[in-house]
Design a protein around this ligand. Structure first.
Ligand code: F6R
Length: 357
């Protein structure tokens, strides 16, 4: 039930802090530590490489997950679009473990990969929001997202739940390998939940930007580097699917290799800059586009205001910034769609779960 909310999407965006807390509760043991099923630990420790398989928004969460699994747990990880994997299979390692990420657990493209790798005798783990779904039943292991039903076609809380659960998977794997973390994962996830809460309470900032710069634009670009780039891909998808604005997310360094030709007077360019080591470069990218007439917006934690618009994110751990930076992106997409008179919860041509290949 969407209660007093005008749309499910807005309700689901607002639910994200509570979903983070629910995930902490579900995956915490009596000692207050993260504890995943020991069979999942074993499956990961027996594998020499992880292959994440997903589509759309879940694929974007997988990209963030790869970074956490490699940087926190030092496990080599690849991420593949399910429909590509099927006919363009990479050379597999000796002992691969396949991780399927799917809100619905019913996505046909992902399932066809699962069927195929099972025939090859490989092991699998599904991260899904729906217990008892096809991908959950057919995989060897399941981790539930605990996001509650997601009704809006555009995925929001499932994406952040996927990233949160992937972070716990990375942390649990690191612990099993004896890697010292240097941070308290539960504490950091709670802080991220608090940060999300701050942002969902600042809807007017995103609504104003959307009304002023996205309500009539033809296109919009999102730029970022490293993990911010992955969030840009998700930001562009969200904007495209519900507001029908032609949107593209790309790596800041790629601007000069072609895309900058598209910048005209007033083109909105939104940058995410949450990573200290690349923030300088992304800021110079913004200057380049601003000097060519772009309307710029920066989403950052350092509060330096060097764009036309600014969204300030509360500080969170460097691995968890996507949980926080995506929230203004979801809200920008929401308000852009609203101001353009689009059907936010049921965008044209789309279905909630894609059960055909
Ligand atoms: C976008 C969106 C889709 C899904 C994709 C995979 O907002 O919802 O891109 O993420 O169709 O769906 P699941 O996660 O159910 O496999």
């Amino acid at each position: 039930e969407k209660g007093t909310y005008p749309h499910y999407m807005l309700k689901e965006v607002d639910e994200q802090p509570a979903v983070m807390r629910k995930i902490i509760m579900e995956y915490q043991n009596e000692d207050g530590d993260i504890k995943l099923d020991s069979s999942i630990r074993e499956a990961i420790s027996e594998s020499d490489r992880l292959y994440i398989i997903a589509c759309g928004t879940s694929y974007h969460a997988g990209l963030v997950g790869k970074q956490m699994l490699e940087k926190i747990a030092e496990v080599p990880t690849e991420v593949h679009i399910a429909s590509e994997f099927s006919y363009n299979m990479p050379l597999l390692s000796k002992n691969p473990l396949f991780i399927f990420i799917s809100q619905s657990g019913e996505t046909a493209d992902s399932r066809s990969v699962l069927v195929h790798i099972k025939k090859l005798g490989h092991r699998s783990l599904t991260l899904t929001n729906v217990g008892g779904s096809t991908l959950s039943r057919e995989a060897d292991h399941t981790l539930l997202l605990h996001a509650g039903p997601e009704i809006a076609v555009a995925s929001t809380k499932a994406y952040t739940a996927q990233i949160a659960v992937l972070s716990l998977l990375a942390v649990d794997t690191a612990k099993a390998k004896g890697i010292t973390l240097g941070f308290d994962p539960i504490q950091e996830l709670s802080l991220a939940a608090q940060a999300m809460e701050v942002l969902v309470d600042q809807k007017d900032i995103m609504e104003n930007i959307a009304r002023d710069y996205l309500a009539v634009t033809r296109n919009c670009f999102f730029i970022g580097r490293g993990v911010d780039y992955y969030v840009c891909l998700e930001a562009a998808l969200k904007l495209k699917e519900i507001s029908y604005i032609q949107a593209e997310g790309f790596a800041g360094g790629e601007l000069k290799h072609g895309t900058i030709a598209l910048i005209e007077e007033g083109t909105p360019v939104i940058a995410i800059a949450t990573q200290a080591h690349v923030n300088g470069s992304i800021r110079s990218n913004l200057k380049e586009v601003a000097s060519r007439g772009a309307h710029t917006c920066i989403i950052s934690m350092d509060g330096l205001n060097d764009a036309s618009d600014q969204i300030v994110l509360p500080e969170v751990h460097e691995y968890l910034t996507p949980l926080v930076s995506v929230v203004p992106m979801q809200l920008l997409a929401y308000y852009a769609a609203l101001h353009r008179g689009c059907d936010v919860d049921k965008p044209r041509n789309l279905a909630k779960s894609v059960t055909v290949e």
